[in-house]
Design a protein around this ligand. Structure first.
Ligand SMILES: C[S@@+](CC[C@H](N)C(=O)[O-])C[C@H]1O[C@@H](n2cnc3c(N)ncnc32)[C@H](O)[C@@H]1O
Length: 198
């Protein structure tokens, strides 16, 4: 699979990945990682977990992927075609403020995305999805009906809801992603947090 560090991309083999993962019991995948800030902050705070930030846009990842942290890796891939090297690895998946084809796939029950997430996760893995009103409006839904739809789609493929909560500007400020900060200070800070277990 294609990894990125700054401007340099490099193929990493399954064996190399396995080698990097030794000593880490937990693996967390951040899908639609954007600039990778969330994966980086999490890797700094949770040294025992290996964080893999995945985004289809390499320019977004240029700065934060330069990290030398041993427990962070950044991968260029589409969420609808997750690399098979990741099969069965993740104990946790986060999808923070999806937009574009990522949110469309969640809303439209896209088997490429849903089967891919099932494939890369372990039994009893956890998943957290943060949805914001603006991104759902661009996809033609309001916040509540969009969150309902995504919750329903995920429940139907075996992800059980463990919690659902509304987020406001203050709670967004506490979430270490670039998009959360942008939303917190923007004109529509409404968002929903969905948590699931496989
Ligand atoms: C609104 S940004 C959020 C970025 C980051 N999660 C954050 O909270 O700061 C959405 C990200 O999803 C990525 N994205 C959209 N569709 C994608 C797809 N199909 N596969 C992978 N990444 C995708 C975009 O490139 C973008 O970086």
């Amino acid at each position: 699979m294609e990894t990125i560090r700054g401007k340099v991309s490099r193929e990493i083999t399954f064996d190399e990945l396995t080698e990097r993962l030794t000593k880490h019991n937990e693996v967390s995948i951040d899908l639609g990682a954007g600039d990778g800030r969330f994966a980086l902050r999490m890797a700094e705070q949770h040294k025992d977990t290996f964080f893999i930030g995945i985004d289809s846009c390499r320019e977004n990842l240029r700065v934060n992927s330069r990290t030398k942290l041993p427990n962070a890796l950044f991968v260029i891939a589409s969420a609808q075609a997750l690399p098979c090297e990741l099969n069965g690895l993740a104990s946790h998946v986060s999808i923070n403020f999806p937009w574009g084809s990522l949110i469309e796939s969640l809303l439209n029950d896209d088997a490429c995305l849903l089967n891919g997430i099932l494939r890369v996760t372990r039994p009893r893995a956890a998943m957290e999805i943060l949805l914001n009103a603006d991104a759902l409006a661009s996809a033609g839904c309001d916040l509540e009906s969009g969150a309902d739809r995504i919750e329903c789609v995920l429940n139907a493929v075996g992800w059980q809801t463990t919690s659902r909560s509304d987020l406001d500007a203050e709670s967004l400020r506490a979430i270490p992603t670039t998009w959360a900060k942008r939303l917190a200070f923007g004109r529509d800070p409404r968002a929903v947090r969905l948590r699931f277990q496989k």
